[in-house]
Design a protein around this ligand. Structure first.
Ligand code: ATP
Ligand code: MG
Length: 432
């Protein structure tokens, strides 16, 4: 029993994952590229808490959704308040927008955030319980240029990172036209109830739109001939959708209409979209989003504040990124192999001086032979190695080895550490 407990303590919880040093550079690259693109598209970063009141998510995402019904990490804290680890970023960002009256700061708020999300679902490839999203929201703009701009931002991030995904779009209408469409759809589905899966039979009463994107083969076949939501939009919604498509085309962003794509969250209105791929098995979407014009108001914000946003799943993005886009973890600039006690003390001070000159520098302070130290230089993927023994110190010349080409040259090393460090730093810079 004790043994089993020890093993459990040394394993992360199911669905939670470490991002190790040899893969963290991929994440850093994704974030750097995304931040650059967000900036170009006019977005500012906002950082919001990981914990929120449960009611925030229930009210915004909707009670009848997979997330609220079965995926949230909800608990009662020591004060008896019901809190939830955020399953998505839109609700917290909108809560912050309302709380800080950000609508007073600018006509349109463009906000992005990057961070962990939590959903209790069955872990598999590209599906975790703690995962990461980069998400963006535009609040205060209802026009169809904005929809195209937001999709273009998501598309650009993926393209820039070499992650191939296709953009699929749909329109779900608005409170004016959706109820009538819902009735039409329910009528159509009622005549086929016995062929639908048990989930869809339940959805029929609660959330009929969701039957359209059921993954079950028989359900798929049954909805094939169903009325299309886009054929039953009210005039303003139809006009908006046509303009969105025109604007996307005008930017040269490729897309495909998919009338079966409905998204799982209740708050969507009009435009919805997904960035899909066939390279992630059952997990086909790497990113998704849509318009949610009533949401800000329903969270107590100013009336008639339109909104639209998207989220990209970063674990899936990592899986999609081509090998060449991932790169290698950066190595150290210089490894100092010091042989002998005097040389070691000298190297230690030299290492510090180089670090202060922005040269990444490492040595094995515990000593060891040349062979072992050269091996470590290789493991740290050092660009160069400086070899200093007590003899070199006495002669005033150490050996600087370019680890890629194997070229070696002599470098003057003196008691004047600053000058020696400056010399080496200049030498490394020359080699770059
Ligand atoms: P799915 O249909 O795969 O469950 P979703 O519709 O629940 O996705 P969204 O809520 O739209 O997903 O989240 C946006 C993106 O976040 C998804 O496209 C996906 O890339 C990522 N994502 C969602 N849930 C997970 C998860 N459990 N693990 C990893 N990534 C996830
Ligand atoms: Mg999901």
């Amino acid at each position: 029993m004790a043994g089993a407990e020890v093993i459990l303590q040394t394993r992360a919880i199911k669905g939670f994952k470490d991002i190790l040093p040899d893969e963290v550079h991929i994440w850093q690259r994704i974030e750097t590229v995304a931040r650059g693109i967000f900036r170009c598209f006019g977005f500012s970063e906002i950082r919001v808490p990981v914990l929120e009141r449960t009611s925030l998510f229930v009210r915004s995402i909707g009670e009848e959704t997979d997330i609220v019904e079965k995926e949230m990490y909800t608990f009662t804290d020591r004060n008896g308040d019901s809190l939830t680890m955020r399953p998505e970023g839109t609700a917290p960002v909108l809560r912050a927008y309302v709380e800080h009256a950000l609508h007073l700061k600018s006509k349109v708020a463009r906000l992005y955030t990057i961070g962990p999300m939590f959903r209790h679902e069955r872990p598999q490839k590209g599906r975790l319980r703690q995962f990461h999203q980069m998400s963006a929201e535009v609040l205060g703009a209802a026009d169809p240029f904005t929809d195209a701009e937001v999709m273009a931002a998501a598309h650009t991030i993926l393209a820039e990172l070499g992650a191939e995904a296709s953009l699929e779009i749909n329109s779900l209408g608005c409170p004016d036209c959706r109820p009538a469409y819902n009735r039409l759809l329910v009528d159509y589905l009622r005549s086929r109830t016995e062929k639908l899966c048990s989930d869809c039979r339940r959805r029929l009463d609660k959330n009929p739109l969701r039957v359209l994107d059921c993954k079950n083969e028989t359900c798929r076949a049954e909805v094939e001939e169903s009325p299309a939501v886009t054929a039953h939009l009210c005039a303003p919604c139809a006009e908006h959708f046509a303009a969105v498509k025109e604007n996307l085309a005008s930017l040269g962003v490729p897309f495909r209409e998919n009338r079966f794509m409905v998204r799982g969250l209740d708050y969507y209105r009009r435009t919805t979209f997904e960035l899909v791929t066939d390279r992630l098995g059952a997990q086909s979407a790497v990113g998704a989003g849509g318009r949610y014009d009533g949401l800000v108001e329903s969270l107590g914000g100013p009336k008639n504040t339109p909104g639209i946003g998207f989220a990209i799943g970063m674990e899936r993005l990592v899986l999609l990124m081509a090998e060449k886009e991932r790169g290698l973890p950066p190595g150290t600039d210089l490894f100092i192999a010091a042989l002998g006690d005097e040389a070691r003390g000298h190297a230690f001070r030299l290492m510090h001086a180089l670090r202060l000159k922005e040269t990444a520098c490492l040595m094995d302070t515990s000593g060891g032979g040349l062979k072992s130290q050269m091996k470590q230089a290789g493991k740290t993927r050092a660009g160069h190695t400086l070899i200093i023994g007590d003899d070199e110190l006495a002669s005033g010349l150490a050996i600087l080895r370019d680890m890629e080409t194997g070229d070696q040259k002599h470098i003057p090393v003196t008691e004047d550490i600053e000058t020696t460090a400056a010399h080496i730093a200049a030498e490394l810079e020359r080699g770059e």
